[in-house]
Design a protein. Structure first.
Length: 389
């Protein structure tokens, strides 16, 4: 017996899920091109339990600790599981980078060996993968219990975003591709698929994606312009200078910083665009006789209400990691005008203010596209239910 065809509405709504799952599978098996670049090709990475520590060679100078800590380790997995070895934890006098182990701690180690003989054990850091997995699983369960099917779609979009950044964006940046164009293309791809997971492939999706990407383009142009005007070098990004000394001296760090501005703001831009599109859709549903200008005004009113908190959200997101720096400035009595001239503060101002420009512009852009697309049927004679569902 031939099954009846699925309604077009269901196909459009569920198609993004299939596309997203297919993209995730492809990205999982997509090589980055840097698999052979590991520093320890002939070593075994595994977890180990700290059985005993020897702190006799640690030199304490106030807050600074230098020297080395020797740890007796029980290797928990890998080719040498069950064996006992001595690991060396080097201390460089940096509270930011150094770690100190205690008996009972679990560590991630790199075991160098010559055949079946262990030659050296390097202690990388505390082993955190177990608790990270617990945290991720708890978040996923909570999201699904609270949001149901929408939560599953949110998890899929999260996984897709992580894989796209790690498997595509980062490798292409390392290979020297233009960060601006790559960032824009991947942002457009993710924006389209993430919003489609919310609405399906329909006019609401078209409206939200159009408004979002127009706002991202504004952020991109302003980010390029003001990064040049502020004389900001891309080395202000954490650990970016280390890339230059690792054989990637041809990378344009400043362009990567420019791209990070609109990539960082794209999430908030998408959020506001979806809010406005949903509001316009609800208004049009309740008032099928509404013209596009009236629908656009409704979207603008929603955008005005949301922009006040969204810009503050960006401020908290970007400045939260620089609280210690602000405390240093205050402790030293640094004048405000001097503080604002430091490149690290200027870089944060660019991230926050330019990102806020994107939010301010995405509101009218989305209101315009949503008003025009979701009420267009009044001018071309298409029934409302075929257009906005």
């Amino acid at each position: 017996m031939k099954l009846p065809p699925l309604p077009r509405k269901n196909v459009r709504y569920h198609a993004p899920v299939l596309v997203c799952l297919l993209a995730i599978v492809v990205l999982l098996f997509l090589p980055t091109g840097f698999e052979e670049a590991a520093l320890y090709q002939e070593a075994v990475r595994c977890s180990a339990r700290v059985v005993e520590v020897d702190n006799s060679m640690i030199i304490d100078t106030g807050l600074v600790r230098s020297g080395e800590q020797r740890c007796t380790l029980e290797l928990l997995d890998g080719a040498f599981a069950g064996q006992t070895a001595t690991g060396v934890n080097m201390l460089n006098g940096s509270l930011e980078q150094d770690k100190v182990y205690e008996p009972g701690d679990k560590a991630l180690v790199v075991v160098s060996h010559d055949g079946d003989t262990i030659t050296n054990v390097t202690m990388s850091d505390h082993f955190r993968l177990g608790w990270e997995a617990v945290l991720a699983a708890a978040f996923a369960v909570f999201l699904v219990l609270f949001a149901g099917g929408t939560g599953v779609r949110a998890i899929a979009s999260f996984i897709l975003t992580v894989l796209t950044l790690w498997k595509v964006l980062v490798p292409l940046y390392l290979k020297g591709w233009n960060p601006i164009w790559i960032g824009l293309l991947l942002t457009l791809f993710l924006t389209l698929l993430i919003i489609a997971l919310v609405y399906g492939f329909d006019r609401r999706c078209m409206a939200a994606v159009s408004g979002s990407f127009l706002g991202i383009l504004v952020t991109c142009v302003l980010g390029i312009l003001f990064t040049d005007l502020f004389k900001i070098h891309g080395a202000v990004m954490a650990y970016s200078e280390s890339l230059l000394y690792s054989g990637f001296q041809d990378l344009n760090l400043t362009r990567i910083f420019m791209a990070s501005i609109f990539i960082g703001a794209s999430g908030a831009v998408m959020d506001l665009s979806v809010d406005i599109t949903s509001a316009v859709h609800e208004v049009v549903e309740k008032r099928p006789d509404l013209g596009w200008r009236e629908a656009m005004k409704s979207g603008l009113n929603v955008g005005r209400s949301a922009m006040g908190t969204m810009t503050t959200t960006l401020l908290f997101a970007y400045s939260g990691g620089y609280v210690a720096l602000l405390m240093v400035f205050m402790a030293q009595g640094t004048p405000i005008d001097h503080m604002l001239n430091y490149k690290y503060v200027a870089a944060e101002l660019i991230q926050t203010v330019i990102g806020s420009f994107g939010l301010v512009t995405v509101a009218p852009f989305t209101a315009l596209t949503a008003g025009w697309l979701l009420t267009r049927h009044h001018r071309v004679g298409i029934p409302a239910e075929e257009v906005i569902h």
